[in-house]
Design a protein around this ligand. Structure first.
Ligand code: ASP
Length: 442
C-alpha cells in the first residue's frame, strides 16, 4: 500500500496513561499511520519493573506450584490503572485476566506468559484509538525449529491486514505450528513491526522510542554526540555488531528485503526528525564517517611462522583447532608470516591451553601466544569509499591521543576500519576519533 506507515511503539512509550496520550496524538495526527505495533508497558521510572518481567516472574511462581496471586494482581493493577486514567468507557480486561490466570495454572508456557503484556496492552490501545485488534497468534508463524516462517506468515498476515482500515497488532509473539505461543527474543516487538511493514508493503516503518534517533557514538563516552540523520542498513549492521543497540538485530531483515526504510523517532519529542535507516543513500554524508562503535572483552591468538603464506591449508588448520573446541572467532587479520585470531574472551575461557596445543600440533608455528584485554573499535561510514585520507586522519587522531594501535582491519567494502586497542585506551580512543571526524575543531 503506497501511503501506509507502520508505527511501532516501545515499552517506555506505552508505560502509563500519560505516554498513551502522546502515542495517540502521534498516531491520529497522520492518516497514513494505519498499523500500530505495541510493546508491553515498560518502565515508568528507573527502578520500575517492565510488565514483561513481571509476567516472567509471575509465571515462574505458577510453574513452581507457588501462590502467584499477589504478582498477578500487580499486573492487573498496571493495566487497570492505565484504563482508568484514560477514562476508556465500556471496556474491561477482566475476562482476559481470568483466562490468563487459568492458563498460568495449566502451565501454558513461559512464552505465552510473557506475550500477554503485548496482547493486553494492544487491546487497550486499540480500544482507545478506535482501531481494530489483530492477534498475531493467528497470523505470525514460526516453523518446527522455532525459526520465524515468512512464507506461512505472509499467507495469513497480508490478507488480514488488507481486510481492515486501521489496526493495532501486539508485538513480540506469534504461533508455533502446533498453535502454542512463541515469542521472539527480548525486544522482539521491533521484529513484529518490521514483519507487518513488509506484509503490507508499507512506505515507511516508524519505530518510536525514547531517544531522538541513533547517535554517532555512545553518549556514556562522548557528551551529547550528534544524532545520525541517515544511515544505511549495512552501516547499521556493522555498528550493531559492535554494540549499538537501538533496534533488535533481526528487525532489519524483513524491511530490508522489501526496501522499506525505518525511521527511529522519539515519542517524547515528536518534532525531532530522528534517524532514517535506508537501503542506499544518495544523501551526501555530513561527515566522512557515520558512526563509531566498539566492544571490550576480546582476546587475540597471535601465530607466527616463516613462509606461512606458502603453506597450503594453514588457515584451515588453525580454524579447525577452534572448531574442535567449539569456539567461533570475530576477526582474523593476517600478514605474510603472521595470523591473528580475535575471539571473545568469555568464549575462550577454560579452553586456552587446549586450543594452543591443538594449533601447535596442527601447524607447528615458530611462535604463538594469547593476549587479553583487547578492545575493538569500528569506524563506519559509506562516505569513506569516496574520501582519501580517512585512515590517515584516524591513525593520527589515535597517535595524538597516545593510543597504541594493536591491530587494523579494513573490510573489503571500504565501509569500515576496525582498530584493536588496549581496553584501557578504549574511551580515550573513541573520544579522539569523534573529535577528529565529527566535532572537528578548526
Ligand atoms: N516486551 C518485550 C520485552 O520487554 C518485547 C519488546 O518490548 O519489544 O522484551
Amino acid at each position: 500500500m503506497e501511503e501506509t506507515k507502520v508505527v511501532k511503539f516501545g515499552g517506555s512509550s506505552l508505560a502509563d496513561a500519560k505516554q498513551f496520550k502522546k502515542v495517540a496524538d502521534i498516531i491520529l495526527s497522520d492518516e497514513t499511520r494505519r498499523f500500530v505495533v505495541a510493546s508491553a508497558p515498560g518502565k515508568r521510572y528507573i527502578e520500575d519493573i517492565k510488565v514483561t518481567d513481571m509476567l516472567y516472574g509471575c509465571y515462574e511462581k505458577a510453574a513452581a506450584g507457588e501462590n502467584y496471586e499477589k504478582e498477578f494482581q500487580m499486573i492487573k493493577d498496571r493495566f487497570n490503572g492505565i484504563i482508568k486514567e484514560l477514562e476508556i468507557k465500556d471496556f474491561s480486561l477482566d475476562e482476559d485476566f481470568e483466562t490468563i490466570k487459568a492458563a498460568f495454572a495449566h502451565m501454558a508456557g513461559r512464552d505465552y506468559a510473557a506475550s500477554r503484556g503485548e496482547y493486553l496492552n494492544s487491546k487497550v490501545l486499540a480500544k482507545y484509538l478506535g482501531f481494530d485488534f489483530i492477534d498475531p497468534a493467528g497470523c505470525i508463524f514460526f516453523d518446527e525449529q522455532g525459526k520465524f516462517d515468512w512464507e506461512t506468515t505472509k499467507k495469513k498476515l497480508e490478507p488480514k491486514l488488507k481486510s481492515v482500515k486501521k489496526a493495532v497488532v501486539p508485538g513480540f509473539y506469534g504461533s508455533m505450528p502446533n498453535g502454542t505461543i512463541k515469542t521472539f527474543s527480548r525486544g522482539g516487538s521491533d521484529v513484529t513491526g518490521s514483519i507487518v511493514a513488509r506484509a503490507i508493503q508499507a512506505k515507511l516503518y516508524e519505530n518510536w522510542t525514547d531517544v531522538s534517533g541513533i547517535l554517532v557514538c555512545d553518549p556514556r563516552i562522548v557528551n551529547s554526540p550528534e544524532p545520525i540523520s541517515t544511515i544505511t542498513y549495512r552501516e547499521l549492521r556493522e555498528l550493531a555488531y559492535m554494540g549499538f543497540n537501538v533496534l533488535h538485530e533481526d528487525a532489519v531483515f524483513p524491511v530490508r528485503a522489501a526496501g522499506i526504510p525505518i525511521n527511529i523517532r522519539n515519542t517524547n519529542i515528536p518534532t525531532d526528525p530522528g534517524t532514517m535507516i535506508v537501503s542506499e543513500s544518495a544523501e551526501p554524508c555530513k561527515h566522512i564517517i557515520t558512526g563509531i562503535a566498539g566492544k571490550k572483552g576480546l582476546s587475540v591468538i597471535n601465530i607466527e611462522k616463516d613462509r606461512m603464506n606458502g603453506e597450503v591449508g594453514f588457515g584451515r588448520n588453525v580454524l579447525r583447532a577452534l572448531e574442535k573446541n567449539n569456539v567461533s572467532f570475530e576477526h582474523m587479520p593476517s600478514g605474510i608470516d603472521t595470523m591473528s585470531v580475535v575471539i571473545a574472551t568469555d568464549a575462550l575461557r577454560g579452553k586456552e591451553q587446549n586450543i594452543l596445543d591443538e594449533i601447535k600440533t596442527r601447524v607447528n608455528p615458530d611462535h604463538i601466544d594469547i593476549e587479553n584485554n583487547l578492545a575493538l573499535i569500528a569506524v563506519v561510514g559509506r562516505g569513506m569509499k569516496s574520501t582519501r585520507g580517512t585512515a590517515a586522519i584516524l591513525f593520527k587522531a589515535l597517535a595524538d591521543a597516545r593510543v597504541n594501535i594493536k591491530m587494523i582491519d579494513q573490510g573489503s567494502s571500504e565501509l569500515n576500519i576496525i582498530v584493536g586497542v588496549e581496553e584501557e585506551d578504549f574511551e580515550v580512543a573513541i573520544k579522539a576519533i569523534y573529535k577528529n571526524f565529527v566535532n572537528i575543531e578548526r
